[in-house]
Design a protein around this ligand. Structure first.
Ligand SMILES: NC(=O)c1ccc[n+]([C@@H]2O[C@H](COP(=O)([O-])OP(=O)(O)OC[C@H]3O[C@@H](n4cnc5c(N)ncnc54)[C@H](OP(=O)(O)O)[C@@H]3O)[C@@H](O)[C@H]2O)c1
Length: 291
C-alpha cells in the first residue's frame, strides 16, 4: 500500500494483542498511516483496515526489526515516523524460587531489550519525522507485586531506560513518554497463567508444594479483581501521541494510580498492605514444609 496522502505515521509493536488491535484502530480512525507490527506472517484479520499495513516484527529478532524499519523508510522517505508505540509485552509470573531462568530471560528479552532494539532502529525515522516514542509500561513498575516479580522488574527497567532516553533525546525534540496501564481486559493474563502452569509442571514438585497455600490465596484474590476497559489505555496512548507537550508519564487507570500511592508508603507498611490485599497475611506454609 502506498503512503501517499498520509501526513502522520505510527509504528505499533504487538499490534495483534488486546491493546494493540484497539490502538491500531484508534490511530487509523484519526487518519494516521499505521504500521502494525505482528509476529505472525499469516496476518491478523482484525487489523485489516484502510491505512493499516501489517509488518512482520518480532521484538526479540533484530532481522525482523531491521526489515520492518527498512520497509517503512522506503515508503515514508523524508516524512519519517511521527510515533513509535512500544506495546509488545508478556507477563511472566510465579514464585521467584520457581521461575525458570529461561522465563526470566524471555520476560526481559521481550519487555525491556525489545523496546530498546526497536527504538534504536527507529531513531533515524523518528528524527526525520519529528516523532515521539511511547513505551507501554505497567503499574507494577512502581510497585513490585509478589508472585509477579518478573513482570514488575521488567517494567521498572523499561521505565528506567525511558527516563534516560527522555533526557538523551531531548536535544532532537523527540519526547519519550511512558503510558502506565492498570489491569485491562486482554488475553495477556490467560497466556501468562498458561506459561506459569507449564513452568510449575516442570519444577521440583517438593518445592512447588511449599507454595501451595500462597498460590491458592493469590489466585483467589486475583480472581476477584475485575480488569478495566482497554479503551482507557488507548485514550492515554492517544493523549501521549497528540499532546503538543506530552507529559513524561500518563497513568491510565484508577488502580494504577492507587498502586502509585501505595508505592510511596514506608516499605513495611506497604508489604503488610500488599500481603493483606492478596490474601497472604494469614496464610501458613503448607503442612510439612520447612519454615
Ligand atoms: N492488559 C493489561 O492489564 C496490561 C496492564 C499493564 C500493562 N500492559 C502492557 O500492555 C502491552 C500490551 O499488552 P496486552 O494486554 O494487549 O497483551 P496481549 O493481548 O497479550 O498482547 C501482547 C502483544 O504482544 C505481542 N508479543 C509478544 N511477544 C512478542 C515479541 N517477541 N515480538 C513482538 N510482539 C510480541 C503478542 O503477540 P502474539 O499474539 O504473537 O503473542 C501480542 O500481540 C504489554 O506491554 C503489557 O505489558 C497490559
Amino acid at each position: 500500500m502506498s503512503d501517499r496522502g498520509f501526513t502522520k505515521a505510527v509504528l505499533i509493536t504487538g499490534a495483534g494483542g488486546g491493546i494493540g488491535v484497539r490502538t491500531v484502530a484508534a490511530f487509523a480512525e484519526r487518519g494516521y498511516r499505521v504500521y502494525a507490527g505482528v509476529r505472525s506472517t499469516a496476518g491478523i484479520p482484525q487489523l485489516d483496515r484502510t491505512g493499516v499495513t501489517q509488518v512482520e516484527l518480532d521484538v526479540t529478532d533484530p532481522a525482523t526489526i531491521r526489515r520492518a524499519l527498512e520497509s517503512i523508510a522506503a515508503e515514508r522517505g523524508s516524512a519519517g515516523l511521527q510515533v513509535l508505540v512500544n506495546n509488545a509485552g508478556v507477563i511472566v509470573q510465579g514464585p521467584l524460587e520457581l521461575v525458570p531462568d529461561e522465563e526470566l530471560h524471555r520476560q526481559f528479552d521481550i519487555n525491556v531489550y525489545g523496546p530498546q532494539r526497536v527504538l534504536k532502529a527507529a531513531l533515524p525515522l523518528l528524527r526525520n519525522g519529528h516523532g515521539r516514542v511511547i513505551n507501554i509500561s505497567a503499574a507494577t513498575a512502581q510497585l513490585a507485586m509478589p508472585y509477579l516479580g518478573p513482570i514488575s522488574a521488567s517494567k521498572a527497567a523499561l521505565e528506567s531506560l525511558s527516563h534516560a532516553a527522555r533526557v538523551e533525546l531531548a536535544p532532537w525534540g523527540i519526547p519519550v513518554v511512558i503510558v502506565e496501564p492498570g489491569a485491562a481486559e486482554t488475553p495477556i493474563f490467560a497466556k501468562a497463567e498458561a506459561e506459569a502452569r507449564k513452568a510449575l509442571a516442570l519444577a521440583d514438585p517438593s518445592r512447588v508444594a511449599l507454595y501451595r497455600n500462597q498460590l491458592a490465596a493469590v489466585e483467589g484474590a486475583m480472581a476477584k479483581q475485575k480488569p478495566g476497559p482497554v479503551d482507557r489505555v488507548v485514550k492515554a496512548i492517544l493523549r501521549a501521541a497528540e499532546a503538543r507537550a506530552p507529559k513524561a508519564c500518563y497513568v491510565a487507570s484508577r488502580d494504577a494510580r492507587l498502586l502509585r500511592v501505595l508505592s510511596r508508603l514506608p516499605l513495611r507498611m506497604r508489604d503488610r498492605l500488599l500481603a493483606g490485599s492478596l490474601g497472604l497475611a494469614k496464610v501458613e506454609p503448607a503442612v510439612g514444609a520447612p519454615r
